[in-house]
Each structure stands twice: as C-alpha cells, then as structure tokens.
Write a protein that binds this ligand. Structure first.
Ligand SMILES: [Zn+2]
Ligand SMILES: [Zn+2]
Length: 213
C-alpha cells in the first residue's frame, strides 16, 4: 500500500510558525518524517523512547531547515533527546523504532535537489536574501510542490530490519557546584577533594593549579 504522507494545511501552518518562515526545505523534512512514520506504521513520538531520529544535515548550509520539519512531524525533538545530528551535509533522516529495532532512512533524490538549486528561490538565497524576505510567489509554488507531489519522485527509501539502538538511561540526580552554586546533573559533575563542581568551575580550578605548578 502506498503511504499517504499527508500534510494537512493546519499542520503546515503550525510547522511554519514553529520554524519561523516559509521555505521548501522545512516541508521536505515534514514530509520525509511522515513518510518514515507511515512506512514504519508508527505514530508521532510522545515520551521520547518510542522513536529516535538521526538527521544528516550539517551546519550552515542550504536546506538545513529540513531538520525542523523532521522534528515537527515525528515529535523527535532536541528537548526529549531523541533526535541527533550526524553532520554529513546530506539531506536524509533515519527514523528508528526502538521497540522493534526497525528503521527507515529517507533521502531526498539527487536529481530533484539539483533541479531545485537552479530555481529563483535558491538564486536569491545565494545572493544573501534571507528566506523571510523573499517574494511569496517565488516560495509558495515550491512549498506546494513539496507537499503534494507523489513522494516516490521526491525521496529514496532504505529499510532496516534490525537497526542498532542505544537507549541511555535518564538521570534524575543533580548536585550543587561548590564554586558557582548552580545545579548540575550528576553525570556532568566532577568530584574533587570531597566537593562537586560543574565542568566549567572544575576546569578553571585544574588550569589554575597547572599554572601554579
Ligand atoms: Zn526554512
Ligand atoms: Zn560551577
């Protein structure tokens, strides 16, 4: 059965509010996230251990907005700790379902992205015009296309029957740094001469000691 990967008008508006502007890359991520969830037959992440996403977007390049669409669609978010970045400068997401260890990797088709890069939207972006300052007539048809075009033309899909899953334990222990007095979660604290320190204070104590030696 062909999955629907449906993006409702309401969801698109809400995602654009979350993201901050209208562009084609965020909806690409939105649709990639829905496609991966549909193929895995899972629903959006609620608790954080139900789904994991790995995005391959790097830093400071075109179409990084893809990652925000993935977060909005899948519910895998920075705060829940179930989205990670594997900075490869690629337009791909792997969605993992830890209970069954199944995973789907969705990538944008090369030819399609290459064709997009020739459009006025990217010409203007390259000239330094920020996405929120572009004429809607340049952006809207691209968004329309990303949302409604058959997904088979947009994405390639890889399926994994048994994907390696790591589920770190959530820490509920915290201490007070003896120096700055701020709270620090235990795995990030350092124990020195019977006192707990945050990493910043610990490092400044250590470097002071090294300078005196
Ligand atoms: Zn954007
Ligand atoms: Zn401190």
């Amino acid at each position: 059965m062909t999955p629907l990967t449906e993006i409702t008008a309401d969801e698109l508006v809400a995602a654009q509010y979350f993201h901050g502007h209208k562009c084609p890359a965020m909806p690409q991520g939105l649709r990639a996230g829905h496609l991966a969830m549909d193929l895995l037959a899972v629903s959006r992440s609620r608790g954080g251990r139900d789904l994991q996403a790995v995005v391959e977007i790097g830093d400071h390049h075109f179409s990084g907005c893809f990652a925000d669409g993935v977060q909005f669609a899948t519910g895998c978010t920075y705060g829940k700790g179930n989205i990670t970045q594997r900075a490869l400068g690629k337009f791909a997401v792997t969605l993992i379902h830890p209970p069954t260890e199944r995973a789907i990797r969705v990538t944008l088709k090369y030819e399609r992205m290459q064709a997009c890069l020739q459009l006025p939207f990217f010409e203007q972006r390259k000239q330094g015009i920020p996405p929120d300052a572009l004429d809607p007539s340049v952006v809207n048809p691209l968004i329309e296309d990303v949302v409604n075009h058959p997904w088979e033309d947009l994405f390639d899909v890889q399926r994994f029957a048994q994907y390696p899953v790591e589920t770190p334990r959530e820490s509920f222990d915290a201490v007070q740094c003896s120096s700055c007095k701020e709270m620090v979660v235990l795995p990030y604290a350092r124990h020195l001469d019977g006192q707990f320190y945050c990493l910043v204070c610990f490092q400044s104590i250590v470097s002071r000691a090294n300078n005196q030696a």
